[in-house]
Structures are given as C-alpha cells and as structure tokens.
Design a protein around this ligand. Sequence first.
Ligand code: SSA
Length: 423
Amino acid sequence: MLDLKFIRENPDLVRKAIEQKGGALDLDELLALDREITELKRRTEALQAERNANARAAAKAAPAERAALIEKGKQIAQQLAELEPQLRKLEARLKNLLYLTPTIPWEGAPVGPDDSFNVETRVHGKPRTFLFEPLDHVELINRNGWGELERIAKISGSRSYALKGDLMLYEQALLRFALDQLVESGFTPISVPAYAREEVFYGHGQFPKAREDVYKIEGEDMYLAGTSEVLLNYLHAGEILPEAELPKAYAGVSTCFRSEAGSAGKDVRGLMRVHQFNKVEQYVLCRAELEESNRWFELMLSNSERILQALELPYRVIEVSTGDMGLGKYRQVDLETWVPSENRYRETHSCSALLDWQARRASLRYRGEDGKVRYAYTLNNTALATPRILVMLLENHQNEDGTVSVPEALRPYFGKERLEPTR
Ligand SMILES: Nc1ncnc2c1ncn2[C@@H]1O[C@H](COS(=O)(=O)NC(=O)[C@@H](N)CO)[C@@H](O)[C@H]1O
C-alpha cells in the first residue's frame, strides 16, 4: 500500500508501476475519490466551525435572538449528521483501492508481464553427469521405504505425504541446520503458529488478492498461513518501535499450508508441491532507508546461497520480472535448484524487499532518533523449505545402489554419511 501523498505527487510513476505489475487498479478512480473526500472534509470542517461559532453566539445572545440561533445550530448539526456517514463510506472505498497500489519496482527489475521475462543472473555449480540411469525422487522413496505416498493419499488426499525412516530424520536435520545458519547470522529464532486472523493476511498482502490460496478454519476468523512471514509481519503491528530496537531479524519456523488452488495438474507427483510443508524463514523489519534494505536483501540472499552451497546443490539466481514479483515487491530474487529428473531448475528460495508496502498495511512504525515516526521497511527470504528441497537432495546425491549421500555439512546433524533403506 502506497502513501497517499506520494500517489498525489507522483501519479505517472504509480500509473507506470500499475502497468508494469499488471495491476487492476484504476488510478483515476482513486484520485477522484481522494479529491471528493478532501472536499467533503473541507465542508465538514467549515460546518463544525460554523456550529461552534453559532453556539458561542447563542450563549451570549439576548433571549429574543437565542431561539433562532439554537434552531440554526440544529440545522447545522443535521447537515453534519448527513455528511459523516458519507465521508466514512468514501474513506473505506479509498482504503480498499489503496490496498491495490503497487510498490514502485527497482530500476533493475526486468520489465514484463510474467515469469518468462525473469532473468538468470548467476549459475552456481553444474548439473551432475550420471554414469548410471538415475531415479526420480518418488522412485528413490519407494525403493528405500522412505515414505508413504499412496497410503497417505487415502488418508489426506492428493498433495499429501509421509516421510519415513532416514528421510524423515534427514528432514529434521536439514531444518535444524538451516535454523542454525540463521542464528549464526544474527537472526532471532522464533516458532510461530500456522494460523492467524483475517486482518493479519491483509497486513501481509496475501489478502485481498489471493484468498483462494489460503485454507480457512470453519466457523472461525482463522486462516492457515502459507508462510510464517504472514505472522512475523504482524508481530509488531500497531506498535511504534524505538529506532534503537531495529532491525528486527527473525528466523521463523512454522508448518505452512497452501491450497495450491491455482496449480491443478502441476507437480501432482511426490514432494514438489504439497498442501503442508515446513519452512525456516528469514524475516527482517528495518529502518526506512534504501541502503539499509539493500544491505539486508544481500545478506538474506547470501544466507540462502550459503545453505544451498553447503547442500552441494547446483542452482541459479533469478532476477524476477515486474509482472511476476507481485504488487508489493520493490525487488525479488529467486534461487532455483537443479532437478535431474526434470532436467531443469525449480524454485526453492524467494527473496523479497517490499519497502514500506507491508508496513503501511500492518501499521509497523518506529520513532527515529530525530523523533519523527515513520513506517518501517520489511524483507523476507526462504532459508530452507522441506520437503521440496528433498527432491533435489535425493536426486542429485543418489548413488547407483539406490542409497543417497549426505553432504559433508549435514553429517554432524544427520549422524551418517548416507541415507539407508528403512528396514
Ligand atoms: N506448495 C508447496 N509445496 C512445497 N514447497 C513449497 C510450496 N509452496 C512454496 N514452497 C516452498 O516455499 C518457498 C517459499 O515460498 S514463496 O511463496 O516463494 N515465498 C515465501 O513464502 C516467502 N515468505 C519467502 O520464503 C518456495 O520457494 C518453495 O521452496
């Protein structure tokens, strides 16, 4: 959500951003509504001034004039009573339109309507050449008894899974490894619920546009979050933090739920795209300064690259286009990791800077050293999400005998050099 003053002073910048992000907002409607509200406020203030002056005059008036003045006061009060609800209705409409305003994307973002305009900026490592016919992750799981996919489908339906034996232990080791990486990087570990009230999703930006991605709890104002970012973004909602307490850097751990309503037919097999998954998340709330945001953006991205390098996985860095990054983003860089069975890279990490777009929605503010209260800036990035990363780990590190090697950095966490079949 953008600052109304900024929109008034930079309508062409905002119009261009709406276009580049494929937004649906009619900026002229928003500006017209804004002018109407300003006019209505002016009239209301004039009437209130008149009512006060009239009341003072009535108090001092001689009895003969008083009745007329009191009658006049009643008429003014009646006019005010009619204006107030009109003003509230217009302000509610304006707020809904403001929710749809886009953050101006950074000048380096590829301009285009969708992910086909995303740009590969760097590649790390190279896909392995197998000296034997490699198996895909589902075959590896089934051959080694590392999971229950069919049985769970009967219990929980499609896009569900159970991990078993060494693979289950490996997932836990990976999550702890990623968490430790963030704690070493100065992030505060925090585990958060997987559910939150509706206003929290508005504060994040998930609502109003993408409600279909979110599961709702029947009969309650409670929704399941697709990422701990939703809750972490609301942790300090409504507060005015002292600048000395910034930045807030959280390593969020949560179970994530997504309906994947828009993904019918995509990745229906195995662990790539499921309804419930685990994620270690980087979330930062910092001072409203671009170089501070850029610094955190680079740091969060390097945390994730370091994790992928420790996992000895080939990946590439993607600069996301204006049409693919979504309304609130100033900049988004994804990491895509190699999937041998698909012979292509697939997204495993998504790093975003949103300037004050989320802060305005969730009322995240701080008092600067200069005493001035400002909206903060927010950023987020994946540190590690399982089970998707298991697809890449199983397939890239598989051995001819069907076992899977554990990267050096994970051995202290997993306790063995390879995953073995469940007896
Ligand atoms: N349905 C899903 N199944 C499995 N993994 C998923 C699913 N949806 C997302 N992920 C994983 O979660 C990562 C982050 O998801 S994201 O929507 O791109 N971004 C966020 O959630 C941000 N909060 C940064 O983590 C993805 O890169 C992917 O690795």
